[in-house]
Design a protein around this ligand. Sequence first.
Ligand SMILES: C[S@@+](CC[C@H](N)C(=O)[O-])C[C@H]1O[C@@H](n2cnc3c(N)ncnc32)[C@H](O)[C@@H]1O
Length: 357
Amino acid sequence: MTDSIFDILAWRDEEIPRVRTLLGMRKFWSGPLYGQLREEYERMTDGKPTPETADEAWPIVDALPSLPRWAWLDRHIQDRLWDDVGKMVDDRIEALSRSLQPKNDDLGTLRIEADFTYPEYYETIDFHRQDGGIWREDRGAAVYAMGARVIHVGRNNDFQLHDAFADSLDAGEPQEILDLACGFGKTTFSLKKKYPNAHVEGIDLSAPCLRLGRRMATEMGLDIDWRQADMEHLPYDDNAFDLVTTTMTLHELPLDAIRQSLAEACRVLKPGGTLVALENPLVGEPLRDVLTQYHSQIIVEPFHYDFRRADMAEFAKDAGFTEAETHAWSPFGDKPGTATNPRSWVTPWSWIQAYKA
Ligand SMILES: C[S@@+](CC[C@H](N)C(=O)[O-])C[C@H]1O[C@@H](n2cnc3c(N)ncnc32)[C@H](O)[C@@H]1O
């Protein structure tokens, strides 16, 4: 075993069957089982007025015979994921702690606060059903990093989705870039790869994720600064950044925290700067949208319901941005709910893009 964090977190041969089982269950849930729900839904709405909104479809979806099985499996997969991956991390715990020790060749800076105050929602909710969350100890961040490879159904193992996000950015030649709620840095790495001459900084509440991100970045030769901070209260001067990003995070925040975070993003952006947030929205297809909201409740994303019904472009304008828009983004050509296989579940993505005059 080397001290490389990527080697340490790689699947071992004997773990592959467990990973395949998790992936197989997720694919069954998102493919055939979702298709079955769709057939039942089509039968129940046949000859009746077709629901146009998620709210209209909700009582019909509630009565679908396969819904309990779909919901049970969703919850079971999630719990089993953390359980299985947790055991795998326990088997690596010493190597993990060795690897995360500060080293002479560490790239960039890492600033962790000795006495940090977390928002209440963050301390009290175990998001995604991950027991203990990702912020209490290094184990939690490693479990999250390994589990994320399963959550993305093997499609983001080398951060392809995050690379595609950075590659699609059209923000000129930013010199100062801030990635909010960077986790262990998937987007932050991609930003540094796309803009190698820029100063790139990632902030997150989770010190373990930041430690993990810095180690990974160092091994990839990416010079990035990491800082523990709350996106509602950014420790930066006004007008400091050309580009601010945040991916897969806004839906995990209460609406008032989103408003405050957008106001902070606007404050720290230079005039002419851009904010881009990546999210997975509702798609306007009632069955899918109801199931998406159920899924978020099941996997413990309690603010998702309100977030999906709020207009983020309006929120951005209220926060001080002069222009803001949202648009769908299909990085790998999938059109959720419409394209190649309308019966399978493809995660929809959208961008919220806002400009400061
Ligand atoms: C789903 S993860 C997304 C991580 C990363 N952006 C990505 O795309 O993989 C959400 C992240 O938001 C962080 N977070 C939640 N609330 C935050 C806040 N108020 N300030 C900073 N980070 C926050 C969490 O610690 C977690 O790392």
